[in-house]
Design a protein around this ligand. Structure first.
Ligand SMILES: Cc1cc2nc3c(=O)[nH]c(=O)nc-3n(C[C@H](O)[C@H](O)[C@H](O)COP(=O)(O)OP(=O)(O)OC[C@H]3O[C@@H](n4cnc5c(N)ncnc54)[C@H](O)[C@@H]3O)c2cc1C
Length: 442
């Protein structure tokens, strides 16, 4: 494919902004379509929630962000910067190592201003169709609203980069009896403040970071909080240092008398079923004639989680991988894609890319990783970033970032309350200082 003249980027979260910066650096004209009216994607806290709190009703009105009011980052700010643009403290901002969401938004906006990216974004423009047309171009159709009037417009692009985020479309487990259970159901996508749950008995399903944080937040006002999980690691117990939080095995069934029975044999009567059960990938605008599919949360086939081999390089996806050093990884993916589009880096042949995808799937199967974890990096987060960095002509991720990432993941999984405020800043400051001194010495 010849170097594209114009590229469409869908979304102005960190992925879309980083992509726009890299494309422009490569001299490629870029248009960023953003359905919201501001930059920052999920970091734009929005007090509104979807019209269906479970997020399952297909015709519901959707709010993009899943951020709740008390949210603080679960990674230290030192590894939440872009590769060449650190997340520095702002004198007037939230200077904590694990800052609140407002501070992340401030940083993302600062990044956009620094590189003059705002002017590349068409706000209030929701992409509703992306389709390859006979000429090898991509037709992008988007809608804009002016008061009550909806305008639909079309434009052709030589390449499209999908950066629409994947924390908006909830995934919810099937629970026997739930259709008749009379309580209130909600997915964490629609959680904002604990007040709704005052004096309620709340069952939270999930065992990852959001279930941990939200259970502690809700427990401040709820009567009881019962966290249930499929995880084999869950210990059935009353959680130490909390008067009103219990852990259980998964919910076995529920009844119309509001009973919730757990697989550990215990049961309670509850008011709220709260799903902290993750999200599914969702590209409602994308038409590829079945070339790109989503099956059991596997977007495929994608070479290195980015390029569908038979449509590469004119179609790509940024930020699909999960559980990694997100800002660094996203930025590196963007640098790689921009270099591929500019012709500086060649992709392998379609056949070779397909073989690589197949090999990855086989490896997953051999290791017993379920299909829905296709875009988890399975402890190879840094290896993946280093591969991207090499493709982008950059050095590998700094050793201290890798160590800090590993340590912060351990902290998250330690499930200790206040792990963020127990972080040893002095220790890490010394490590970073030593690393930068040794860089100078080289
Ligand atoms: C609750 C929560 C906590 C998190 N905590 C952390 C953390 O501590 N550290 C960390 O590194 N990461 C964290 N993350 C991950 C976070 O999602 C990523 O850091 C990152 O912000 C994702 O950026 P993105 O640009 O890929 O997607 P998003 O930020 O979701 O941006 C996508 C953009 O695309 C737009 N869009 C979507 N569809 C369309 C369309 N059809 N047309 C036009 N525009 C469209 C959306 O409006 C949005 O602006 C968290 C995520 C959540 C949900």
């Amino acid at each position: 494919m010849p170097r594209p003249r114009r590229t469409a980027v869908i979304g102005a979260g960190i992925a879309g902004l980083a992509m726009a910066r890299e494309l422009r650096r490569e001299g490629i004209e870029v248009v960023v379509f953003e359905k919201g009216d501001d930059l920052g994607g999920t970091w734009n806290y929005d007090p509104r929630i979807d019209s269906d709190p479970t997020g399952l009703e297909p015709t519901r009105e959707v709010v993009h962000s899943s951020v709740y009011l008390s949210l603080r980052t679960n990674l230290p700010r030192q590894i939440m910067g872009f590769v060449d643009y650190p997340f520095r403290e702002d004198e007037d901002g939230d200077r904590r190592t694990f800052p609140g969401h407002k501070e992340v938004l401030r940083f993302v906006k600062e990044f956009a201003e620094e590189f003059g990216l705002r002017g590349l974004v068409r706000f209030g423009s929701e992409v509703v169709r992306v389709e390859r047309v006979g000429t090898g171009l991509w037709l992008v159709e988007w809608k804009t609203k002016r008061s009550e009037e909806v305008l639909v417009s079309k434009e052709m692009f030589e390449a499209v980069v999908v950066c629409n985020g994947h924390f908006t479309q909830p995934r919810v487990p099937t629970i026997p009896g739930i259709e008749k259970w009379p309580g209130y159901q909600i997915h964490s996508h629609n959680y904002r403040v604990p007040e709704t749950f005052r004096d309620k008995v709340v069952v939270i399903i999930g065992f990852a970071a959001s279930a941990f944080d939200i259970s502690r937040d809700v427990a401040k006002v709820a009567k009881e909080v019962h966290v249930a999980s499929r995880s084999s690691e869950v210990m059935v117990m009353k959680v130490p240092n909390h008067d009103n939080i219990w852990q259980h095995k998964m919910v076995k069934y529920v009844t119309e008398e509001s009973l919730v029975a757990f697989e550990d044999g215990s049961s309670i009567h509850a008011d709220v079923m709260f799903y902290c059960t993750g999200y599914t990938y969702h590209f409602p605008f994308l038409e590829t004639n079945g070339i790109v599919t989503i099956e059991d949360n596997r977007v495929g086939p994608l070479y290195k989680h980015v390029f569908p081999p038979s449509l590469a390089p004119s179609l790509s996806f940024i930020g699909l991988t999960e559980k990694d050093i997100i800002f660094q990884m996203t930025d590196l993916q963007c640098k790689w894609v921009a270099r591929v589009l500019s012709g500086k880096v060649q992709l392998p042949s379609e056949k070779e890319m397909m073989a690589s995808v197949e090999e990855y799937y086989q490896q997953m199967e051999k290791n017993g990783y379920p299909k829905h974890t296709t875009h988890h990096l399975h402890f190879k987060e840094v290896e993946y970033c280093n591969w991207l960095a090499a493709e982008a002509g950059l050095p590998p991720v700094e050793d201290w970032k890798e160590r800090m990432y590993v340590e912060s993941i351990k902290s998250v999984f330690s499930m200790k309350d206040n792990y963020r405020d127990q972080w040893d800043d002095a220790y890490w400051d010394a490590i970073i200082k030593e690393a930068s001194l040794s860089k100078c010495r080289i």
